[in-house]
Ligand binder design. Structure first.
Ligand SMILES: [Zn+2]
Length: 452
């Protein structure tokens, strides 16, 4: 039985606390993976002009009426979208199977006041453009659902939802359809139910809003399932919204990475996209598709009157659309830092050194980083700010100064950074560019280290 269940990206809090003693990585000492979790989400670096001859990207706004050198440095708005060629991040398959035609079996218990609403939500959700946009490119097609309302109450003492489910599928319980290669069971805990797994009970609704897992030692088809605790609040959402968000998350991931432990499939950023993993906690953790968009605000996709979470699309990312897709037609925008250095960063969880693009910033010096502003269509100017992950609030490890705080496609903005005291040798932080336009936020993370 495998319970490498997935949870929110910030489940490693206690592990991070343990690194406080690591003197050589002093800037991480007070790290808390949650520090900026509500503000940011996914993305990456390496911006260069689309081609060096691109007039849109290179022309000064107007050379003839007194534009000075500073203006020329900032370029001009362009009607070529995106104005710059951008290397975008991607998730890689580990080679395991996906469930091509998922059939979700929704299991509720008696007197669940939300059973009707949850069943209706899932049926609508699976027919929505969101489902196609978040799963189709990974080999997952149309999905269906069946509703099972158990007559029994959840036992007060049960060992775990996995063994409980397995017992239900021993061939003597006609109330549950047998598992085949397309089946994914979704167990909705009734209000007030405790997670049978003590560890998970303590984390339910704080560290995770849902889990998916698989049982692979049955000798028959693996049993793939998700469990959704009844959270009144999770990750800033409350009531029914918290349940639809958690359900959408687990449905996408259980189909795209059903054998998450034994034969993982779509999980983990590619090696050349590792800098994008850090805002979620650490470099070497393998994030599933929806985890990567955990920090983005929930959305109501077109035609779906429910809040769901955005989920990662390699196709969208490759096309410089929002990698955290919701199946919605919207302009994507970002400010991409030029990262000239190949650096080594320390992963506090695995203890490994990970190589990524980034910035080497000597102590006592400052460096100026060029940000290339790009969108995939016309937009208003967006505002630009910066933040850092893994730094104790309110203190930050870097002093960061932007020479402009807004701009649009084709323009350039310059960020100057230096270490704040008391940075030392081997200091390390993860700076992030935040872009805001209306109610949308995008970001671009990049690591900064000091030389030894
Ligand atoms: Zn997840």
């Amino acid at each position: 039985m495998n319970h490498a269940a997935e949870r929110s990206p910030f489940a490693a809090r206690s592990v991070l606390a343990a690194i406080a003693a690591l003197a050589t990585f002093s800037v991480l000492a007070a790290g808390n993976g949650c520090s900026d979790s509500q503000q940011a989400a996914p993305p990456f670096p390496d911006a260069s002009p689309l081609d060096s001859g691109s007039p849109d990207a290179q022309l000064p706004i107007d050379g003839g009426d007194g534009a000075d050198a500073t203006d020329m440095r900032h370029g001009a708005p362009s009607d070529k979208y995106p104005a710059f060629q951008v290397k975008m991040p991607r998730v890689e398959s580990k080679g395991g199977p996906v469930i091509a035609a998922p059939h979700f079996v929704l299991i509720t218990f008696p007197n669940d006041p939300m059973a009707d609403a949850l069943e209706t939500f899932v049926a609508d959700f699976l027919k929505s453009p969101y489902w196609t946009a978040t799963t189709n490119e990974y080999g997952v097609g149309a999905a269906t659902s069946t509703n099972v309302r158990l007559q029994e109450t959840l036992p007060a003492q049960w060992s775990d939802v996995g063994p409980w489910l397995r017992g239900k599928l021993d061939g003597t319980h006609s109330e549950l359809p047998a598992s085949n290669e397309n089946t994914i069971y979704v167990v909705y805990y009734p209000p007030g139910a405790r997670d049978p797994d003590t560890q998970h009970d303590s984390m339910a609704c704080t560290e995770y809003g849902g889990l998916h897992a698989s049982i692979t030692d049955t000798g028959a088809a693996p049993i793939v399932y998700a469990r959704i605790p009844r959270c009144l609040e999770y990750n800033g959402t409350i009531g029914f919204d918290a349940l639809t968000i958690a359900t959408a998350h687990e449905l996408v991931e259980s189909a795209t990475n059903p054998l998450e432990s034994s034969k993982p499939a779509w999980v983990g950023l590619a090696a050349d996209s590792q800098e994008w993993a850090f805002p979620f906690g650490y470099y070497t953790r393998e994030f599933e598709l929806t985890d990567l968009c955990f920090a983005m605000p929930p959305v109501k996709p077109l035609g779906l009157p429910y809040f769901v979470q955005r989920s990662w699309s390699n196709a969208a990312s490759a096309a410089f659309r929002d990698p955290c897709t919701a199946g919605v037609d919207e302009v994507y925008f970002n400010s991409i830092p030029a990262l000239p250095d190949r650096i080594q960063v320390y992963d506090p969880v695995s203890g490994q050194i990970v190589e990524t693009p980034g910035i080497i910033l000597p102590l006592g010096e400052s460096r100026t980083i060029e940000l290339s502003l790009a969108s995939d269509g016309p937009s208003q100017a967006w505002t630009i700010s910066t933040t850092e992950f893994f730094s104790p609030k309110p203190a930050k490890f870097l002093v960061k100064e932007l020479d402009r705080t807004s701009g649009r496609n084709g323009e350039k903005v310059y960020l100057t950074i230096r270490w704040a005291e008391p940075a030392g040798k081997n200091s390390q932080t993860h700076a992030t560019i935040l872009n805001k336009l209306g109610n949308r936020t995008t970001f671009w993370p990049f690591p900064v280290v000091s030389p030894e």
